[in-house]
Design a protein around this ligand. Structure first.
Ligand code: NAP
Length: 547
């Protein structure tokens, strides 16, 4: 296709990850002319890019797979309770082919800019290959953790060995055997990669700024009997997930900590610590994430677990967070992470004691020492949730820029649309519930809602939909109210919009809805059933409907 040629679609979806795949399927079912633009060379999104060793689910595999298609649920067998990245990528490719979606996806292409044309009520979408597509509806399925951030450390380009951000881990095998390796960053990614490569590296130095509270994943293979049971129980599994605030199998114990005798709660916590997945975080007494004293008591319990697993008491103390309580940042689930520090080849460097001065051509220089490395792994996180939006130049009505509107934090209605940017569906974007919950159930709800609205627009020949300013203001108030009393809002993390490597991301932002997935879904249903209050529907498409 020549660069001057223009394609017209009714719907353009940006991104072929978990969200884009399902949205594409729903749009095809609706019979619209749709295409997906994807930067990677295949579908999978986060699971396409994050190929670092140790990358795996910490949602139970069978709750992470899509729930919408019984045949897929029957045909696909997860091999582990928490599947690794290669298996998940295979799954997403399998779903893509099973639903015959691949021919509607365009790979290796980025969306650079998108501009709303008020005269035609169409979006002009500029692509990295020089083409411009026009579309009535533009859907972002661009991931909430897809804008990787390198650390703001001097000299990153100077290093002559191999180095990369975990998100861009090479597709070709990386030889780790016997190598001198540095990992910078100890979030959920760093924790997975460190635990996985500790026994492969010759020497591994971990540069830690703030430790996280980590807990065992307790993964294991799914044997035939368990597989049969899972396949027979999908209705119950999804029913259970639909009732919990985070759409996981794990929901809070409705009692407060002090209602339970100490002996009993210690036994309960031992059970949580030994059980699979996020129970240790989300299955706890309900006050642990809101009451500082309850949180301190549980944090002390977990701190003792860390002390019992790390042989060197000084290293153990370094690995125990002192600036925030358990569960107030995303809890990394791990497999023998703490034990990695018992190995003679693994060394913890606390950058608070010896700050990194710069990356040199041969390694890392701290204020105390110069280290030589063959490989530097940057596990330094993401410009989360809004970063991927900032990397596309969105221009709405009256020349307004989305990046300007969201400069001090996102502003949306329901996390699904934003005023001034008609027909832009920000699926899995900021301020929805999918970003604060098990991702696939969250996006299924948002995609289903967006599909219903698109059907409504088509049936009624409506050209434009966008939220009112008042509806946005009210939604922001609701988000603020959902933050009330939550200890996590007092902790710096990507949940609350902090990233030391991005300008201006140094204060609280209202990034996610914390009212719980069931309440959010109820809200979406009510809005759809009552004619979309809070949205302004205008214009007519009767003359130029695509199909
Ligand atoms: P992250 O949680 O933001 O962690 C980034 C790490 O890099 C932090 O330890 C941070 O230290 C450190 N860092 C950043 N800049 C630095 C600098 N200039 N100098 C020194 N250290 C620096 O990012 P992530 O680990 O990639 O995880 C992000 C999210 O991805 C997770 O919370 C999770 O939701 C998702 N994830 C999911 C899975 C899974 O499903 N299994 C696996 C991995 C990740 P500070 O803490 O001091 O800022």
């Amino acid at each position: 296709m020549s660069s001057a040629e223009t394609s017209n679609h009714e719907v353009v979806i940006i991104g072929a990850g978990v969200c884009g795949i399902y949205m594409l399927h729903r749009m095809l079912d609706l019979g619209v002319d749709v295409t997906v633009i994807e930067a990677g060379d295949g579908p999978g999104g986060t699971w396409y890019w994050n190929r670092y060793p140790g990358a795996r689910f910490d949602s139970e595999s069978y709750t992470y797979g899509y729930s919408f298609n019984k045949e897929i649920l029957k045909e696909w067998s997860w091999s582990e309770h928490f599947a690794g990245q290669p298996e998940t990528l295979r799954y997403l490719n399998y779903v893509t082919d099973k639903l015959d979606l691949r021919k509607h996806m365009q790979f290796g292409i980025r969306v650079d800019a998108a501009q709303f044309d008020e005269a035609t009520n169409l979006w002009n979408v500029s692509l990295s290959d020089g083409r411009t597509l026009t579309t009535r509806i533009l859907v972002t399925a661009i991931g909430m953790l897809s804008a990787a951030t390198m650390p703001r450390i001097k000299g990153v380009e100077a290093f002559k060995g191999q180095s990369f951000h975990t998100y861009y881990w090479p597709q070709q095998p990386v030889d780790l055997a016997g190598k001198r390796i540095a990992v910078i960053g100890t979030g959920a990614t760093g924790v997975q990669v460190i635990a996985d490569i500790a026994d492969k590296a010759g020497d591994l130095h971990v540069f830690q700024r703030r430790p996280n509270w980590c807990a065992p994943l307790n993964n294991g293979p799914i044997d035939d009997a368990a597989q049969a049971e899972i396949k027979a129980s999908f209705d119950a599994i999804f029913e259970q997930c639909s009732k919990t605030p985070g759409s996981f199998l794990h929901g809070p114990d409705r009692r407060n900590l002090n209602e339970v005798p100490r002996e009993e709660r210690l036994a309960f916590w031992e059970k949580l610590y030994a059980s699979r997945g996020f129970g240790v975080w989300l299955g706890n007494y309900r006050d642990v994430l809101v009451d500082p004293d309850a949180n301190a008591e549980y944090s002390a319990f977990i701190a003792d677990k860390i002390r019992s697993r790390v042989k060197d008491p000084a290293v153990a103390e370094k690995l125990i967070p002192k600036d925030h309580g358990f569960g107030t940042r995303r809890v990394p689930l791990e497999t023998r992470y703490y034990e990695a520090y018992n190995r003679p080849n693994v060394h913890l460097v606390d950058v608070n004691d010896s700050p990194i001065e710069c990356i040199t051509s041969t390694g890392v220089r701290t204020t105390q020492k110069e280290y030589d490395f063959d490989l530097i792994i940057y596990a330094t996180g993401f410009d989360a949730i809004t970063g991927a939006f900032d990397r596309i130049d969105f221009t709405g009505r009256n020349g307004a820029k989305l990046a300007d509107k969201w400069r001090d934090g996102p502003i949306t209605y329901l996390g699904l649309q934003t005023a001034g940017f008609p027909n832009l569906f920000t699926l899995a974007g900021p301020q929805g519930a999918s970003v604060s919950s098990n991702f696939p159930p969250g996006i299924e709800a948002s995609v289903n809602w967006a599909t219903d609205l698109i059907r409504y627009l088509r049936e009624n020949n409506i050209a434009r939909v966008e939220p009112s300013i008042e509806a946005e203001e009210q939604w922001i108030e609701e988000i603020k109210a959902s933050y009330d009393g939550m200890l996590l809002t007092q902790t710096k993390s990507w949940f609350t919009g902090y990233n030391s490597n991005v300008d201006g991301h140094d204060k609280l932002r209202y990034m996610i809805y914390l009212g719980g997935a069931p309440k959010y879904r109820e809200r979406l249903t009510r809005i759809a059933q009552t004619g979309y209050p809070g949205f302004e529907l205008s214009g007519s498409t009767s003359k130029r409907r695509a199909r």
